[in-house]
Design a protein around this ligand. Structure first.
Ligand SMILES: Cc1cc2nc3c(=O)[nH]c(=O)nc-3n(C[C@H](O)[C@H](O)[C@H](O)COP(=O)(O)OP(=O)(O)OC[C@H]3O[C@@H](n4cnc5c(N)ncnc54)[C@H](O)[C@@H]3O)c2cc1C
Length: 375
């Protein structure tokens, strides 16, 4: 299409990346968020950039491209952190699963090496040696973590400097669709914006935005939570996946910790309030202290709950909708890994650039072909 007015719904990592790429290509863009930019799932993300065991191959490749895009863009700010990821197991079955995962990703050309205890301590000197096995510790050196809120801030600042309009605290509540095309976006404030294209980057609420255009996007969102500590005087330099806890640095000496048990102890009330049972928070802190003794002096500063946007078959939903060709999606889990690369692909398609079949495995239409789980 000729460059025209595009409305991007949602200003999390996907919305910010799409807007920045649209503006770079000369489009006139308004990004609308129902709340504050980066106030949704992106602020509650473990934000581990990886493609460690992701299936199928096309999804693995998309994540690897996402990791590369972050490395290329990293020079523009300080939100991207490398150092890789350490992972080990504490019983034979889990060690076998880890060995299988390592072999499978190596076969795809993904970098990984095995370390012994001394090798892991050379990277993470403040780990308690007693918490580590003698060997069989995997290090994935190309992985890392992000500060998604800082990244969103930077992308939006760049976009608004380039002419984009940022609307905060005003939800998209209606889409005017006529003759197979979205003509206007309606906001809760009463404002109506005429559009040439719309991109749905509403994260866990993407299905509700799609519904406004008469589209059914099956989602199976899940809750997850991060436990953020007070500053810790320990050298924690990377993402660590230990058997009892997953953690990473979070800037300012703080750490974020998570486990599946914490996710399982997360609740949401009818009014939208979300919380985590205290016992699960205590347990994850204990597991962290067993790994890094310096954590004994730290306290819990924040428990942040987020809702993962998970399409029905767990794969991203990206790009143009065939039956409504000026309506586009950018919705998935792992969007902190994927955002820059996907932002580029989706923005290119909005503006009619031919990117071959890069988005083919992730099209919305696959749900019409085989509804996941009968959804
Ligand atoms: C606990 C947890 C751990 C995670 N760990 C990782 C990880 O390690 N690595 C990884 O890559 N990913 C991870 N993820 C997933 C990742 O965080 C998400 O995929 C990503 O944040 C989604 O970004 P988004 O921009 O799509 O959504 P969001 O950040 O939720 O942004 C959507 C925005 O849309 C706005 N919105 C909604 N409805 C409307 C409307 N009607 N009108 C206007 N605005 C609207 C919301 O206010 C929100 O700001 C994790 C998620 C969680 C919860």
């Amino acid at each position: 299409m000729a460059v025209g007015r595009v409305v991007v719904v949602g200003a999390g990592v996907y919305g910010a990346a799409v807007v920045a790429e649209l503006v770079r290509r000369g489009a006139q863009v308004t990004v609308v968020d129902a709340g504050a930019p980066a106030g949704g799932t992106s602020a509650a993300s473990f934000a581990w950039t990886n493609s460690c065991g992701k299936q199928p191959r096309a999804y693995h490749d998309l994540n690897v491209a996402g990791m590369e895009a972050h490395r290329r863009f990293a020079a523009e700010g300080d939100w991207h952190h490398g150092g890789g990821n350490l992972e080990w197991a504490d019983d034979a079955a889990r060690q076998e699963a880890l060995t299988g995962k390592v072999a499978a990703v190596q076969e795809r050309g993904y970098e990984v090496r095995w370390l012994d205890r001394a090798g892991a301590l050379a990277l993470e000197p403040d780990l308690d040696p007693a918490a580590l096995p003698a060997d069989g510790i995997a290090h994935f050196p190309r992985e890392g973590w992000l500060d998604p809120v800082a990244l969103v801030g930077h992308l939006l600042a760049r976009a608004t400097a380039g002419g984009a309009e940022l609307v905060r605290h005003d939800a998209v509540t209606g889409l005017d669709v006529h003759h197979g095309s979205v003509r206007a976006v309606r906001l809760a404030s009463g404002r109506r914006i005429a559009v040439d294209a719309v991109v749905d980057c509403a994260g866990p609420a993407a299905g509700r935005v799609a519904e406004l255009a008469g589209l059914t996007l099956p989602l199976r969102n899940t809750l997850g939570a991060l436990v953020r500590t007070s500053p810790v005087g320990a050298a924690v330099g990377r993402v660590v996946h230990a058997p009892g806890v997953h953690l990473r640095p979070d800037g300012g000496g703080r750490l974020v910790l998570r486990t599946r048990d914490v996710d399982g102890a997360t609740h949401v009330a009818d009014d939208g309030r979300m919380w985590v049972d205290d016992a699960a928070v205590d347990a994850v802190m204990e597991a962290g202290r067993a790994l890094y003794p310096a954590l004994r002096a730290a306290s819990v500063q924040e428990v942040r709950v987020g809702e993962r946007p998970i399409p029905g078959d767990k794969l991203p939903v990206l790009g143009r909708v065939v039956e409504l060709p000026n309506f586009h999606f950018a919705v998935s889990h792992s969007a902190t890994t994927l955002c820059l690369h996907v932002g580029d692909l989706v923005a290119a398609e909005v503006l009619g650039e031919d990117r071959g079949d890069a988005l083919a495995p992730f099209r919305f239409e696959r749900f019409a072909a085989s509804p996941p789980g009968g959804a």
